[in-house]
Design a protein around this ligand. Structure first.
Ligand SMILES: [Zn+2]
Ligand SMILES: [Zn+2]
Length: 155
């Protein structure tokens, strides 16, 4: 005849020496949270290491030069000339790490526009921002193709 006890959490009668399902469930949930934190931490570390690589530094310089250090978002969205200070991943590297050095996925922005873009993405407008920035890149490419005597017409 097994000896029973009551679960201190939910009060269910369970065989003594065993753990109640409700407590197991809580532990599973806690483990899941810990694993999630760990994964996030590892991803952040991978990302931080990537931004320090020579490959990224060179690619970034190259992209900034390619766009003549012009913030493409401010240029097309607001019709303003703002100096680009950084290079943004249109599809985030947390979504597709393979695109980290893919020039088709990179765009020159100012810190201000970068903040605007990421805020929109956080607010659930990621798809829209991706589409918009790819569109701006396409527009720039068209402009390049129409350049006269090797000079891109900006106005
Ligand atoms: Zn219980
Ligand atoms: Zn970014």
């Amino acid at each position: 005849m097994p000896i029973y006890k009551r679960c201190s959490k939910c009060g269910k009668r369970i065989p003594s020496g065993t753990t109640c399902e409700c407590i197991k469930q809580i532990r599973r949930q806690q483990k899941k949270e810990r694993d999630k934190d760990y994964d996030q931490h590892r991803r952040n570390k991978t990302r931080a290491a990537f931004y320090k690589t020579k490959a990224w530094r060179l690619t970034k310089e190259d992209v900034l030069t390619h766009y003549m250090y012009i913030d493409l978002y401010a240029y097309y969205h607001d019709g303003k000339f703002i100096p680009a200070t950084m290079v943004h991943h249109i599809v985030p590297i947390s979504t597709d790490y393979a695109k980290r050095l893919d020039r088709g996925n990179l765009i020159a922005l100012s810190d201000k526009s970068h903040g605007i873009v990421h805020k929109a993405m956080r607010e659930g407008r990621e798809e829209e921002m991706i589409r918009l920035l790819l569109e701006y890149k396409k527009k720039w490419k068209k402009k390049e193709n129409s350049e006269v005597g090797g000079v891109v017409k900006l106005f």
